[in-house]
Design a protein around this ligand. Structure first.
Ligand code: COA
Length: 258
């Protein structure tokens, strides 16, 4: 299989559905282990089952949302403070284990979405050494975001440096949205990471998530590119979009000029 897949025509077809201008697609595939596993699967289950399985994997990959990736060099970061009402109302707490989260806050977090999945995430992430940052508005839990230093909970788009930090899974509860809680929380975390002499910070957001794109445009994060990834047979496949064209498209949307 050629590593120039997917073709330009294929990419154009995909882009049409998303109403986004075509941009060149470059694919990095790490094929040796997946190929071996595919051959093993073929030996065990036969031709028909392998074709069905492979088709399923391709369909799954193509259905994954494309993410916009951001980075920030923390050595260049100038610590910022939020101003006025925001500074008066907002406070941030850092928690390194579930036991540190007060029951009322835990209840709010668990009851917002899927309690089982949220509980599993809490256990897995704290076990990996992740930190949750709780944002309070006038004392009430308004939102949160996670960080992990040196690695990511799920396979990332590229290897992480040991001193890099990943910001992920940010949430502001609906009644607190649109007040700048998220950018203030992100800025607080970046201040802390800079003080801890971390090297780079990374965050990513689904291309369709305009509120988060808007929100991140108020932070120091810089756009680096767009990518889609899937983990197949234990190896991560990443499809990169051309940064310049993609960034221009995102910036137009972020600045509201489209
Ligand atoms: C994305 C999110 C974290 C932003 O938090 P926030 O504190 O509202 O961020 P901001 O105050 O900077 O507002 C960002 C955008 O949200 C939108 N927004 C404004 N008021 C809003 C409201 N009442 N309800 C929903 N969205 C609103 C606007 O597009 C705003 O951009 P603008 O200020 O340029 O108009 C929040 O909307 C959220 O939790 N969404 C669901 C989870 C999610 O998508 N998380 C990010 C993935 S990691």
């Amino acid at each position: 299989m050629s590593n120039s897949f997917p073709t330009r025509a294929w990419a154009r077809k995909q882009e049409k559905g998303w109403k986004i201008t075509f941009f060149r697609v470059k694919t990095h595939m790490f094929l040796s282990e997946p190929t071996t596993r595919l051959v093993q699967y073929f030996k065990r289950h036969g031709f028909r089952a392998t074709v069905v399985r492979f088709g399923l994997l391709v369909r799954r990959f193509l259905s994954f949302p494309r993410m916009v990736l951001f980075y920030l060099d923390l050595e260049d970061w100038s610590p910022s403070r939020c101003a006025g009402d925001l500074a008066a109302s907002l406070s941030v707490e850092k928690k390194t284990s579930q036991e540190e989260i007060v029951p009322g806050d835990l209840q709010v977090m668990l009851s917002f979405w899927n309690p089982e999945l949220t509980q599993r995430n809490l256990c897995e992430r704290f076990a990996r050494g992740a930190i949750i940052w709780l944002a309070r508005w006038d004392g009430r839990l308004a939102g949160y975001g996670w960080t992990l230093v040196g690695s990511t909970v799920e396979p990332y788009y590229f290897p992480f440096g040991g001193n890099d930090v990943h910001l992920f899974d940010f949430l502001v509860f609906p009644e607190f949205r649109g007040r700048g809680v998220n950018p203030a929380l992100v800025a607080h975390i970046l201040n802390q990471m800079s003080a801890d002499h971390r090297t780079r910070a990374y965050i990513e957001v689904a291309e369709w998530n305009q509120p988060q794109l808007n929100s991140l445009s108020k932070t120091g994060f810089r756009l680096s590119g767009a990518a889609r990834k899937a983990t197949v047979f234990g190896r991560t496949i990443v499809e990169w979009g051309s940064a310049e064209i993609q960034l221009a498209a995102v910036m137009v949307r972020v600045s509201g000029k489209s």
